[in-house]
Ligand binder design. Structure first.
Ligand code: DAH
Length: 339
């Protein structure tokens, strides 16, 4: 019997287990009711009295070393297992928050889509422009105040390069390259040297539209404006045109829409007039066509330009312009459901 116990002790020395099922099998083999140790205890009865003490000691030694081995195997398996860092892999995930589109992008897209339905294509120019494309080609007189340092950011002192103050510069860029018919919509960022406040910013966004072809008339402009206003602000919107002045259009006008908050009845938003101004427009001045190499005896055109911030303001009643560029997610998330 002692021999058998010694053989088991030697075996225990070399036991290994690679997972918890194997250690469990070893536990069953040694410690279960039908296991090795119980069998030895049962045989103990037949051991002659004078050997009982020695065999008893041996059986205890076996029990102890089997238990120690099992403990050691379990411990090493636990250390190999990934640490329990409190992650519950069965838990359903947190809702995944995707980013939102910026309100200015939403409105810019809506404006461009409306004009796209009338056959206008997107055209883009550059933000750093020269004097010719921003001013001279567009009929701005040499002493026009818009050229002043107080309005315009010049890129280099004394140089001709500047940050465009309006997207009308894209008109020239396109007309210089393309003969009519030209039907373009030009979204873009513009810069003016303004003190930043809730109602003015040193950069903002505009959308310009230009249509040049044979026989384009003021009636075409007016109908395009009416279509745009109703698509943008709703079927019941009315428009009115007021005479105005821009160097690059003759005649020029500013367009108001019936106040979309009070429906034209008068409210604080429209200063109780029932109308809000939204854009400038007019017939392209023949000088501008000629400056771009287009024969003004054959072709005529209309142009219009609007501020995206202004339209966004009317759509979402955002009172403070600075919100658009501060990237505060609490503001931006409010447009999550807008398309
Ligand atoms: N460029 C003008 C501005 O920045 C807006 C404008 C007015 C554009 C009349 C036009 C136009 O094309 O016809 O204030």
């Amino acid at each position: 019997m002692i021999d058998k116990i010694n053989a088991l002790l030697a075996e225990i020395e070399n036991l290994t287990a690679t997972n918890s099922e194997e250690t469990e099998l070893l536990r069953i083999r040694f410690f279960s009711k039908k296991g090795e140790i119980t069998a030895l205890m049962n045989d103990f009865r037949n051991v002659p009295a004078e050997d009982k003490r020695a065999v008893g000691v041996k059986i205890n030694e076996l029990k102890e070393s089997a238990q120690q081995k099992l403990n050691a195997l379990k411990m090493s398996l636990d250390n190999d297992a990934p640490a329990d860092d409190g992650i519950d892999l069965t838990r359903t995930s947190y809702p995944f928050r995707v980013g939102t589109r910026h309100p200015l992008s939403i409105v810019r897209k809506k404006i461009c889509d409306i004009f796209a339905r009338l056959g206008f294509c997107i055209a883009e120019g550059q933000e750093i422009e020269d004097d010719w494309h921003v001013f001279s080609s567009l009929n701005f007189a040499e002493d026009h105040p818009a050229r002043d340092m107080q309005d315009t950011f010049f890129v280099q002192h004394g140089a001709d390069m500047l940050l465009r103050t309006h997207t009308s510069s894209v008109q020239t860029r396109v007309m210089e390259e393309t003969q009519p018919p030209v039907r373009i919509i030009c979204p873009g960022r513009v810069y003016r040297n303004e003190a930043v406040s809730y109602r003015a910013h040193c950069f903002f966004h505009q959308v310009e539209a230009l249509y040049v072809d044979k026989d384009v008339s003021f009636a075409d402009l007016k109908q395009t404006l009416l279509y745009f206003a109703r698509e943008m602000f709703g079927r019941d919107t009315d428009i009115r045109l007021r005479p105005s002045f821009f160097p690059f259009t003759e005649p020029s006008a500013e367009m108001d829409i019936s106040c979309n908050l009070c429906g034209g009845k008068g409210c604080p938003f429209c200063k109780h007039t029932g109308w809000v101004e939204i854009l400038g427009c007019g017939m392209v001045d023949p000088n501008v066509l000629e400056n771009c190499g287009i024969d003004s005896n054959i072709y005529s055109g209309f142009a219009l330009g609007m501020g995206v911030e202004r339209i966004t303001n009317l759509t979402y009643q955002v009172k403070d312009l600075r919100l658009f560029s501060e990237n505060d997610v609490r503001f931006l998330r409010q447009f999550e459901s807008a398309s």
